[in-house]
Ligand binder design. Structure first.
Ligand code: PAF
Length: 284
């Protein structure tokens, strides 16, 4: 595995790969890798000749009151995980080269960036789509791999790739979970043991919602109410949002209906840690 820090070196590598007719898969990450990232790298390895994993804690997607400074970092451990999962190039650009002094160009996918997460983190997706567009331009990947835990991010990035004709296929991989169901996240490290236990309510409430729908509940409001009730049984939990939206357009749904993919998405603070999770239900 080769580590590249310089943007121009990364661009040269990608150009050479293209000339050699090698397909390139990109796994963009912010580091502090977990099994979810490892599975993305392994998935990329299966369908691409070369896998570029990027590690960049992107300041543009954090609001001033968020955890940019304390976001967990462990590059030595990340390097080992990347190598064993099959990364060809680890790309770790520096903030000063991604956003040099005077940087002022941002990309916004309008509409779908403003709902759900966007309501609570108004500048978040502008930061995500800007950095992802920059990574796509630098690496020029055939495919890019993202985890479904960030369901809205996947929808926004698909739209970005389509609207700006990137020609990169966006591959969305399933959520990887801990044994007790908690979705893997670099931020889980912030949880105290008591909070960690209470955090399992996110997945448990989503499973309960799936059962309700399978048993015939069609009104989304009833399901949302029940998820909220379950989450509120945990003293450390406070809900930012629970929403049922169309899985592709992200417009709110009033009913679960056959053939309509319904995304149940939630964001919950457990103590000071903000966690997200989701499930998609399609009735037949
Ligand atoms: O999902 C993430 O880790 C980040 O939002 C991403 C896609 C790497 C952009 O910084």
């Amino acid at each position: 595995m080769k580590t590249i820090i310089s943007i121009s070196e990364m661009q040269n590598f990608s150009e050479r790969a293209r000339l050699r007719k090698k397909t390139v898969g990109l796994v963009p990450t912010m580091g502090y890798l977990h099994e979810g990232h490892v599975s993305l790298i392994k998935t990329a390895k299966k369908s691409c000749d070369l896998v570029v994993t990027s590690i960049f804690v992107n300041p543009a997607q954090f609001a001033p009151n968020e955890d940019f400074v304390r976001y967990p970092r462990d590059i030595a451990r990340d390097k080992k995980l990347c190598k064993s999962a099959g990364t060809t190039v680890l790309f770790t650009p520096e903030a000063e080269s991604m956003y040099p002094k005077g940087y002022s160009t941002y990309i916004t996918v309008e509409g779908i960036s403003s709902v759900l997460e966007g309501k609570f983190r108004p500048t978040h997706f502008r930061g995500v789509t800007t950095v992802v567009a920059k990574l796509f331009l630098i690496v020029n990947p055939d495919k890019a791999f993202f985890g479904r835990k960030d369901a809205q991010q996947c929808v926004v990035i698909k739209k970005l790739a389509r609207d700006l004709n990137f020609g990169t296929e966006i591959v969305v991989a399933p959520i990887v979970r801990e044994r007790d169901g908690l979705a893997m996240s670099s931020r889980n490290i912030y949880l105290s043991p008591q909070e960690r236990e209470q955090a399992t309510i996110l997945r448990a409430s989503l499973l309960h919602a799936e059962t309700m729908v399978k048993k015939g509940t069609t009104k989304t409001a009833e399901v949302v109410k029940e998820i909220a009730r379950l989450i509120e049984t945990k003293p450390a939990a406070s809900v930012d949002y629970i929403a049922v939206v169309h899985a592709e357009s992200l417009t709110e749904l009033e009913k679960f209906e056959p053939g309509v993919p319904a995304l149940i998405a939630l964001a919950v603070r457990i103590g000071k840690t903000r966690l997200i999770d989701n499930t998609t239900i399609i009735l037949h």
